[in-house]
Design a protein around this ligand. Structure first.
Ligand code: CA
Length: 226
C-alpha cells in the first residue's frame, strides 16, 4: 500500500518508515497538520497514519477535513497513552481505528492491515485521464488528441503519471529526476526540462502555451489547470 505517515516526532516517524517499508509498503511522511490535510487528498495514498498532536493543525481536524473529500480513505490515528478523549474525538470525526503510543511493531502492522481490509474499496488510481481534450491511457503508454494517437515512451508515461498523481501540488525537477530517472541530483535538472519540452511538442495543443503540463515559476511543473 501507499501510506501517508503524519507524525512530527522524528524518531517515531523514522521508526514507522522503517517498519512499514520493511513490510512492503511505500510511504511518504509529513510533519504538520496543514500539509497533511493537503497531501491526504492525493489519490495515490491508500491509507493515512495520523498522529493527533501535530503542529499547525491537530490530527482530529485533519481527519475531519479529509473525510469530507475522501470518505473511503482508511485513517488510522496514533493517540497518546491514556488519552481516552483523543480516541473518542478521532472516532467521532471518522477515523477507522487508533493505535495507542507506545505501540509494538506487530500491533501496528496488524492494525494497518485490518483497517485496509475493512476499507476494501480503495479507489484504484485511474489509468485513463483526460485533460484539455487530450486523453491519456497510461496503461498503454499512449495519448489521443482528436484523431491522432500519440505514442509515449515509458519515461514520458512516468512523468505524466507522477504529475497526475500529485496534481494537488507542483512537482520539482529534482523530484522528477529522482522518481522517474532514479537519479538524485540538483544539477541535472536540464534533462527534465528537455524531456518535458519534447513531451509538450507531442501532447499539447499549443506547446508554447502548455495546458497539460504547466510550468510553475520557481518550483517546476504541475498538472493541468491551476
Ligand atoms: Ca505528535
Amino acid at each position: 500500500m501507499n501510506i501517508l505517515i503524519v507524525e512530527d516526532e522524528i524518531a517515531l516517524r523514522d521508526g514507522l518508515v522503517d517498519l512499514l517499508t520493511a513490510a512492503g509498503h511505500s510511504v511518504e511522511v509529513v510533519g504538520d497538520g496543514v500539509t497533511a490535510a493537503k497531501r491526504a487528498l492525493e489519490p495515490a495514498f491508500q491509507l493515512i497514519l495520523l498522529d493527533v498532536m501535530l503542529p499547525k493543525l491537530d490530527g482530529i481536524e485533519v481527519c475531519r477535513r479529509v473525510r469530507k473529500t475522501r470518505p473511503g480513505l482508511p485513517i488510522l490515528m496514533l493517540t497518546a497513552k491514556g488519552s481516552e478523549e483523543d480516541k473518542v474525538r478521532g472516532l467521532k470525526v471518522g477515523a477507522d481505528d487508533y493505535v495507542t503510543k507506545p505501540f509494538g511493531a506487530r500491533e501496528l502492522l496488524a492494525r494497518v492491515e485490518a483497517v485496509a481490509r475493512r476499507a476494501q474499496v480503495v479507489p484504484a488510481e485511474p489509468e485513463v485521464v483526460v485533460v484539455d481534450d487530450c486523453r491519456f491511457d497510461l496503461g498503454r503508454c499512449e495519448a489521443v488528441r482528436g484523431r491522432t494517437i500519440i505514442a509515449l515512451s515509458p519515461r514520458e508515461t512516468g512523468i505524466v503519471r507522477w504529475l497526475y498523481r500529485h496534481r494537488a501540488r507542483a512537482v520539482t525537477r529534482a523530484e522528477l529526476l529522482e522518481q522517474i530517472w532514479g537519479v538524485r541530483s540538483d544539477t541535472e535538472t536540464r534533462t527534465v526540462d528537455v524531456t518535458i519540452a519534447n513531451l509538450r511538442q507531442k501532447i499539447e495543443r499549443d506547446p508554447a502555451e502548455p495546458k497539460v503540463i504547466r510550468s510553475v515559476k520557481g518550483v517546476g511543473y504541475a498538472w493541468g489547470e491551476p
